[in-house]
Ligand binder design. Structure first.
Ligand code: ADP
Ligand code: MG
Length: 246
């Protein structure tokens, strides 16, 4: 076997697949740059580490299951003035995730709640966090299915492998008693253990009123808003605005 193939095979056996896949190019680049042996050895290991990072980010992006790819740099803070770029920027050191705090984006339809949630989620993934996005409706289905199979705890534990869980469009949903109980199990498991981003078009104050008689809903809301940062978004729907200016 030619020496080049032998060397790449050895790299592969050590799982340095990125080096193995690119060795020829890396050698050429080093020859062109006339770098030292030490610099070359650094170049190889740096390449492997960078590629692993990138692959991890790509993997975690797919795993997050964002319904659309929304980025914070596409968000126009001149249109949405009820929140500032600085307020969002302050979240991006992700101490809120490290401290297991929740973010709640509250506001009417079309004001950018989901866009911001996905945007923050994207940045969190780039910073190495594991994120999972789900709509509240979908979450209820996921939990219901698991509960029917007697696997509610297992399913919740799987969800809690993520550092940040985004629950989109939480609101008053016509939930069965069992669904409420499942939701409570989930929220309770997250409480002070994992971070949530919630988007909702209901004011939490009204929520509590709404669920007044309900002895499951109140503790759910209570756990969601304890240790949380609330953002009240207002203004006109961006969707309608885009339509009327078209
Ligand atoms: P909500 O979740 O509050 O109903 P979305 O985040 O889904 O609203 O926003 C509706 C659409 O308008 C999306 O396509 C979103 O990307 C876009 N959008 C909303 N606000 C802004 C903004 N300030 N800048 C850029 N796009 C925006
Ligand atoms: Mg939305």
């Amino acid at each position: 076997m030619p020496i080049f193939e032998q060397v790449t095979k050895k790299y592969r056996s050590l799982r340095f697949n990125n080096i193995a896949n690119t060795l020829g190019e890396l050698i050429k680049k080093a020859e062109g740059a006339e770098i030292s042996y030490l610099q070359f050895s650094e170049m190889l290991v740096d390449y492997e580490l960078e590629q692993r990072d990138q692959n991890r980010v790509q993997f975690n992006l797919r795993r997050a299951k964002f319904p659309q790819n929304k980025r914070l740099d596409e968000f126009d803070f001149k249109v949405q003035t009820t929140i500032t770029k600085k307020q969002i920027g302050q979240l991006l050191d992700f101490t809120f995730i490290d401290n297991r705090e929740n973010l709640v984006f509250i506001g009417p339809p079309g004001v950018g709640k989901t866009h911001l949630a996905i945007g923050v989620g994207n940045k969190a993934i780039e910073s190495g966090y594991k994120v999972f996005f789900t709509s509240a409706l979908e979450l209820i289905e996921i939990l219901e299915l698991a509960e029917l199979k007697g696997e509610l705890k297992t399913k919740i534990n799987t969800l809690l492998k993520h550092d940040l869980l985004i629950i989109d469009e939480l609101g008053y949903l016509p939930m069965t008693k069992q669904s409420m109980y499942n939701m409570f199990q989930f929220v309770n498991a997250c409480y002070e253990y994992r971070s949530l981003i919630i988007t909702t078009n209901k004011d939490f104050a009204n929520w509590a009123d709404f669920f007044h008689e309900d002895n499951v809903a109140v503790p759910i809301v209570d756990r969601l808003i304890h240790h949380s940062k609330l953002f009240l978004l207002g203004g006109d729907s961006y969707r309608l605005r885009a339509k009327s200016s078209a």
